[in-house]
Ligand binder design. Structure first.
Ligand code: MN
Length: 138
């Protein structure tokens, strides 16, 4: 099926473009819950345009992703690229190196939940290069 024309629905505003130092392509973050002393949790939405993805990174306290539309990829270092899509829930355990983003032809809308932010939110690493990203198409 040709996905080029598939429309990815947005629930939340698009938000701010993520910095090129830690995202390849266009990714937008919209914060929904700012961490505070009571909930110590950060919640927000990221929209990845087709082909856009995060750098490799880890979360000191882990992260939960809830995919609300589109098609994307998630990969833990040393593992295969997994396809993620609307309705999927992904748990990224603490301190596990991984990346996530859109597929090549369809964007991705993902909610993220980062618990226990007093431990830290994200430790950024190197970009996911074209060869690594291209493995998803094989
Ligand atoms: Mn992550």
């Amino acid at each position: 099926m040709e996905n080029n024309a598939k429309k990815v629905e947005a629930i939340f505003p698009q938000g701010q473009k993520g910095p090129a130092e830690v995202f390849t392509g266009n990714a937008y973050n919209y914060g929904l819950v700012a961490p505070d002393d009571v909930f110590t949790t950060a919640v927000g939405n990221v929209y990845f345009e087709p082909g856009a993805r995060s750098n490799w990174h880890s979360h000191p306290a882990g992260q939960i992703l809830i995919i609300t539309d589109g098609v994307g990829y998630h990969q833990v270092e040393g593992g295969e690229i997994e396809i993620i899509k609307k309705g999927d829930v992904v748990k990224c355990p603490p301190n596990v190196k991984h990346w996530h983003g859109a597929s090549a032809h369809t964007g991705l809308q993902q909610l993220y939940i980062v618990p226990n932010v007093e431990k830290g939110i994200v430790d950024w690493m190197e970009a996911v290069n074209e060869e690594q990203y291209g493995q998803a198409e094989k």
